[in-house]
Ligand binder design. Sequence first.
Ligand code: LLP
Length: 437
Amino acid sequence: MNHPFEINKDGHLMVGGVDTTYLARKYGTPLFVYDVSLIRKNARAFVDTFRELGIKAQVAYASKAFSSIAMLQVAKQENLSLDVVSQGELYTALQADFPVERIHLHGNNKSYQELSMAVEHNIGCIVVDNFSEIDLLEEVLTEQNKTVNVLLRVTPGIEAHTHDYILTGNEDSKFGFDLLNGQAEQAFLKLQNMEAINVVGLHCHIGSQIFETDGFIMAVRKLFETLGAWKQKFSYMPKVLNLGGGFGIRYTAEDDPIPLGGYVDALVDEVAKQVDRHGLDFPEIWIEPGRAIVGNAAVTLYTTGAKKEIPGVRKYLSVDGGMTDNLRPALYQAKYDAVVANKANDPLTEMVSIAGKCCESGDMLIWDIEVPEVEYGDILAVFSTGAYGYSMSNHYNRFPKAAVVFAEQGEDQLVIQRESYQDLIKNDLPYEIKERV
Ligand code: LLP
């Protein structure tokens, strides 16, 4: 079994030094349990590697992976910066007292309100995505009589997929300015002419759950082709190069990621080569890992329920959650590994498929996994659910959202309460019912 957690003498899975069967009893299921020391370890793998290499950097946690007050407190304590993509994520960051100068705002359709809030709170940088946004931002800056740092988001024409990447002449993406057809240069010139805007550098993000460094290296080369040209033409020297996130993690034994620091090594190595080649100053390097910070740090606990056997075909084992707390299998055919948390040392005796409890045939969490003899009321722990699990959870079938617990050094704390049924209907308003006609 490929997971970073301990199993205690009773054969129970431990997370953050706490028995998960105790947590399931105490808080109910479905329950997300984060091992905070693993979040810290992942963050430090990035931060420390930059420091050891002597590179000025910002490691901006992509809060879309999992945003909550508690999570952002830990991110702040670990000296991370923060990537937010909406007013809701920005609001959460402000409520968590996250240092505003380390917040970066993203989004392909930032609203007037989002930009206003960002400018009003003097956040560190806005990653400008398209021409419409430039106009909107100008309006906001004039209105508030403020200046702002921006990064120009470009699409380098590299499409990275999980295991391979292909070069596309002209990437078809809703994000960023195209490097190949001159849009990026046009946007750059427009921004450079605006007094209230300081273009600190370029941003690109090539995809998510990427294991190989080649795609990142290719992106760095593309960015420097442009930066080299802009140096010649406009004497422009970027202060910052933001290379996005996307660093892959292990979900199942099939995944074989490199250590997190290895991604940093590869990026820094290529930037160094390109800086020399184009005669540029070494920029600060910013990255935006989301999944790699929190993905492997959490498990989701479920209680096992109904079983159905179709002889000779399959055994279904249902749990008390599913696509409402983990949409990834239904949306991306994402694969997960799991263990029966109260029988973690028992011999694996049967093959089952883990079904969620939503009214949807596609609500399957894991196809074909070996488990010990499972009874009603056992606790199933699904690994690596820390990223894009809770953050993509939803209310389908009117299931209340799960609770989230942080465990560290043998202590547990509830950091997001389980939704109640009252919470579910709190925005419902009665209809002033008309006579039937
Ligand atoms: N920066 C930008 C501009 C991004 O668009 C993303 C992710 C990240 C950073 C963080 O990527 P990460 O390091 O987490 O791979 N819901 C999908 C993932 C969507 C990612 C979207 N952008 C999933 O569950 O796999």
